[in-house]
Design a protein around this ligand. Structure first.
Ligand code: XIL
Length: 316
């Protein structure tokens, strides 16, 4: 086939994927693109703690996540699960926990329930997400406050291994795209966790990028740093944003940037696959998150391939 996933598999990588959820899947143009271009899906929101268990421990909303998993199964796509321990999109009943025993049990119960339900169906899980601040320190969250150290990660990764021993367990973060204390500390943390027996199998680099970012031509350098963890490296949420109404030079720079990111993964043996954070610019999280920015994905608002789609192909 000619889709991106087929092209990358022909070169020895595991997948090209996209985020999706029942809302975007209900658009047939979107679903058709995913059927032909994608080998992997990540639930954009439906498996987040706030979506699955908003009101209280033990009460679950499985509907959207089940639908996404069913679409993946019907169409032969692997899944990345996303995400458990994160400071955002967690319910108030979790945010309000103020002692270690209760929070430990909440993490264990949640992971056992969600991973148990989808056991054997998820290739890799973002067990923890965005645990670093941009300056490289441990991010403030209910988890870091209540535990006072990194051992909330021990709890989460050990619970995840027990729940689905065949799923790859990832630590995921953003702004790992250039050399910084955040990248250094992220790599050191994974090494430290592994050294004390915490089961970390993969590292996710979200890769929410800005067009023309000076680090993109040397993206392989950062992937190489991530690979020193001796885990699988995954590009988990790729998008490359421009201004909302891009100039022609931004449009051509975006082609180059997509090519360079993809080609960096191709040249890095530890890099297993690439997930793009959405199909169409119409559904991208960028315009509502970064004021005045947009145009970050590889299909336009009308589901036409953009110039940067070819940049992606050329990178493979
Ligand atoms: C974003 C989704 O795309 C939005 O729909 C939602 O409103 C907020 O979250 N890092 C992550 C993703 O790990 O879960 C985020 O997804 C984007 C940033």
């Amino acid at each position: 086939g000619t889709g991106l996933d087929n092209l990358i598999k022909a070169k020895g990588k595991k997948y090209v994927g996209f985020c999706a959820d029942p809302g975007t899947l209900s658009n047939s143009q979107n679903a058709n693109i995913l059927r032909t271009e994608s080998g992997q899906l990540t639930p954009e929101n439906s498996m987040k703690w706030e979506s699955i268990s908003p009101n209280s421990q033990g009460s679950y909303n499985w509907g959207n996540a089940d639908q996404l998993v069913a679409f993946a199964e019907t169409n032969g796509k692997i899944l990345r699960g996303h995400t458990f321990v994160w400071h955002q999109q967690i319910p108030n009943w979790v945010k309000n926990i103020n002692n270690k025993a209760t929070l430990t049990s909440a993490i264990q119960t949640h992971i056992a329930a969600v991973m148990g339900r989808y056991k054997g169906k998820i290739y890799a899980w973002d067990v923890a997400n965005e645990v670093f601040e941009d300056n490289g320190s441990r991010r403030d969250s209910v988890f870091s406050r209540v535990f006072g150290d990194w051992t909330f990660l021990d709890v989460a990764f050990n619970a995840a291994r027990a729940a689905d021993p065949n799923a790859k367990l990832c630590l995921n973060d953003y702004n790992l795209d250039y050399s910084s204390s955040k990248l250094t500390n992220f790599v050191d943390l994974v090494k430290t966790l592994k050294a004390r027996g915490v089961p970390v199998d993969c590292v996710g680099s979200q890769s929410h990028l800005v067009v023309g970012n000076g680090a993109i031509p040397s993206f392989k350098t950062t992937l190489d740093s991530l690979a020193t963890t001796n885990t699988e490296v995954q590009i988990t949420e790729l998008d490359i944003r421009t201004s909302a109404s891009p100039s022609s030079s931004q449009i051509s720079q975006q082609v180059t940037d997509y090519r360079n990111v993809v080609s960096a993964c191709m040249k890095t043996s530890a890099c297993a696959g690439i997930t793009v954070w959405g199909v169409s610019d119409k559904d991208s999280w960028v315009p509502s998150t970064f004021s005045g920015q947009g145009y970050a994905l590889i299909w336009d608002n009308n589901f036409n391939k953009k110039a940067c789609y070819q940049g992606f192909v050329d990178g493979i």
